[in-house]
Design a protein around this ligand. Sequence first.
Ligand SMILES: C[S@@+](CC[C@H](N)C(=O)[O-])C[C@H]1O[C@@H](n2cnc3c(N)ncnc32)[C@H](O)[C@@H]1O
Ligand SMILES: Nc1nc2[nH]cc(C(=O)O)c2c(=O)[nH]1
Ligand code: SF4
Ligand SMILES: [Mg+2]
Length: 239
Amino acid sequence: MMQVPVSEIFCSVQGEGPHVGVRQAFVRFVGCNLNCSYCDTNVETPAVCKFEKVPGTNIFQDIPNPLSVEDVNELLGSYENVHSISLTGGEPLLEADFIANLDVSRPLYLESNMTLPHMAKKIKDKVSYVSGDVKLIDEFEGEDFASHLDRTIECFRMLRNTKKRECFSKLVITKDTVADDVLGIVDAISGYVSCVVLQPVTQKHLAPDIDVMLELQKNLLDSIDTLIIPQTHKMWGCL
Ligand SMILES: C[S@@+](CC[C@H](N)C(=O)[O-])C[C@H]1O[C@@H](n2cnc3c(N)ncnc32)[C@H](O)[C@@H]1O
Ligand SMILES: Nc1nc2[nH]cc(C(=O)O)c2c(=O)[nH]1
Ligand code: SF4
Ligand SMILES: [Mg+2]
């Protein structure tokens, strides 16, 4: 029986991207292959998974790690009226074999850094939504940018937008983001996504200027539908 560590399972509202506001169950896997400077999430492996027993209460039950597919399916079953199940992390594609076995009685919504195409292949027909981050040059370590770009493009091609699967991309924009880097990488993946979301980094001291965001959107709109949407869950303090 396959088991993996999970850091938290909770019920909240999608705070990012074009589906902001829908009710979702969240499964947060641990570990990541990248180390983004702005990352707001602890990717370490805890001894227990924090399971929110009653949605919205912030009352958690500790469930010893690791969890089986059956454990996760059962815990998720207690949440009613959810639009979809958000698979996040850390990097959820590291657990593609586990995800391949999850219950799909409700749509799966993948949050990924889109750098692991061989793992994406394993779950391409399993996920209904792909919220694919595009990581820029200052957000990864150890590999040259050309091969990072190749893997990103291949991952988007594998999980591309189709009639059965919605795939959109998000880019976290900081004050150090180079506009030409964004234009170049979006050009390479634009055929695979329904839209692009520019997500200003939430930490105020790292945030880009508003005029820079608007100029970037204007330029991207020449070739693709482009939205500016900040992380809304941070605004009202929900999980
Ligand atoms: C924590 S990541 C987990 C999923 C996956 N590893 C990824 O990066 O897409 C979830 C989302 O939070 C975003 N995020 C993390 N830190 C952020 C920050 N400081 N400001 C805005 N968005 C942030 C990521 O870019 C990503 O879209
Ligand atoms: N409310 C809420 N929406 C989210 N969308 C993506 C999230 C993530 O951490 O992947 C996230 C999250 O952590 N909380
Ligand atoms: S890829 Fe996602 S989880 Fe990993 S460090 Fe970057 S933002 Fe954090
Ligand atoms: Mg988050």
